[in-house]
Design a binder for this molecule. Structure first.
Ligand code: GLV
Ligand code: MN
Ligand code: MN
Length: 415
């Protein structure tokens, strides 16, 4: 029996169960998840996802970078499907929600439509994008970036992790280098549900964030070459200390981001080449992540970080190189789709506000090629990229209901 679409709700317990079932793949003792892209735990969750999609009657295809597309037929198969989903990989010390909530909610939407006997006009396509997190391989959002043509497939296949394993080797080792050409899957639009990963919704008591914009991103690989020498016998004024140089760079980045406003800057990785207690560090590799939602400020961040690094290098007589490995301009999501998300949230009676995403998302890449929008739900204390990341069953279900009703309004219910 077909139920009326207007008061349809997803199954909150079923969604919550899938979140906890999948959190076992890569579960950490502190209650988080370590599911690095293209590793054994990623294979486990991908296999689970493929089987769950097939059980829901979807036809699963995998492209040459391991992006997964699970198609539900629509009444009008001449039209491209509406895409919905996110990513299944996590940070090294990640949580149960970042990414996977969006893909599981998309699956829950399909299960709900199946149970209600509803066919949509447009086909629907549930997706899992490869390597959203960017911690094993740079850049982040690698699968969706190649999908929209920001990088060539060969470039991405050749990227190596810290152990020297290429993306191609990792894909082959888990059996997820598929036949579908990257970028070939058409979409008429794309929707991604995600936890906010920041504190705004919780602080304001809002259930839904209607995401309008996404921050632009700069990622650099840095290297400092000073000179190793004896920690006891080298006078302070004769040192060329790579770590002291990095310390100044870290503080300069912090000051630049604060001064510019609407900007953030982080040195998240730093490795001393041959660390020893009584050797002045001579060589350090480090990374910088700097972001702003304003394109002009992003450009100033780039200029000022480079100038600060050059000035500190000259003063300390060391060499500093900064290699820009990823630059993404700020995202402005599709006004029609953003409006559809807002209308669905209002129709369902959820307190909501428009919001800018601080984190990057596959949706930000897709927006360049396909009309795209995002839905945020609150997470506890705004914490993410941490094993303590948490969200409530009610908020996850509310987000999935907004996704469902946005899908119904965009994909149309077949008469
Ligand atoms: C992805 O998680 C990012 O925003 O770096
Ligand atoms: Mn994510
Ligand atoms: Mn993340």
């Amino acid at each position: 029996m077909t139920k009326p679409a207007s008061n349809l709700q997803i199954d909150s317990s079923r969604l919550w169960d899938t979140i906890h079932t999948t959190a076992q793949f890569g579960a950490t003792p502190k209650g988080g998840v370590r599911r690095l892209t293209l590793g054994p735990e990623d294979k486990q969750v991908r296999d689970w996802f493929r089987a769950a999609c097939e059980n829901a009657g979807l036809d699963v295809q995998v492209d040459g970078l391991g992006n997964m597309f699970a198609l539900r037929r629509g009444r009008d198969m001449s039209k491209p499907p509406l895409g919905l989903g996110s990513h299944l990989d996590t940070q090294p010390t990640g949580g149960k929600f970042d990414g996977i909530l969006g893909t599981l909610a998309a699956l829950e939407v399909i299960r709900t439509l199946n149970d209600a006997g509803i066919e949509t006009e447009l086909p629907l396509c549930v997706t899992n994008w490869t390597n959203e997190e960017g911690s094993r391989y740079a850049p982040a959002m690698m699968g969706s970036a190649a999908f929209v043509g920001d990088f060539t497939v060969d470039d991405i296949l050749g990227r190596k992790d810290a152990a020297g394993i290429s993306v191609a080797e990792a894909l082959d080792s888990i059996g997820y280098r598929g036949d579908l050409p990257v970028g070939a899957q058409p979409f008429s639009g794309f929707l991604e549900l995600h936890i906010e990963q920041g504190p705004i919704l919780e602080a304001e008591g809002k259930t839904i964030g209607v995401v309008e914009n996404g921050q632009g991103v700069l990622w650099y690989d840095g290297r400092i070459t000073g000179f190793e020498s004896h920690a006891g016998s080298t006078p302070m004024n004769l040192r060329r200390d790579a770590l002291a140089t990095l310390s100044e760079i870290v503080l300069a980045i912090e000051a630049i981001a604060v001064e510019l406003g609407n900007a953030v800057g982080t040195v998240g990785e730093a490795v001393i080449a041959s660390p020893s207690r009584n050797v002045i560090p001579g060589e350090i590799a480090f990374t910088i992540d700097a972001r702003s939602a304003d394109a002009a400020i992003l450009a100033q961040l780039d200029e000022r970080i480079r100038a600060a690094a050059a000035g500190i290098a000259a003063k300390r007589k060391v060499e500093v190189t900064l290699d820009l490995v990823w630059r993404k301009e700020p995202t402005h999501f599709d006004k029609t789709l953003v409006g559809a998300v807002e209308s669905a949230a209002n129709a369902l009676g959820y307190a909501n506000r428009r919001i800018t995403s601080g984190a990057g998302h596959d949706a930000c890449n897709l927006n360049a090629k396909v009309p795209t929008a995002m839905i945020f739900v609150p997470c506890k204390d705004g914490v993410s990229h941490n094993e303590l990341e948490d969200a409530t069953q009610t908020d996850c279900a509310s987000g999935a209901n907004v996704l469902l009703h946005t899908v119904l309004s965009l994909a149309g219910v077949a008469k």
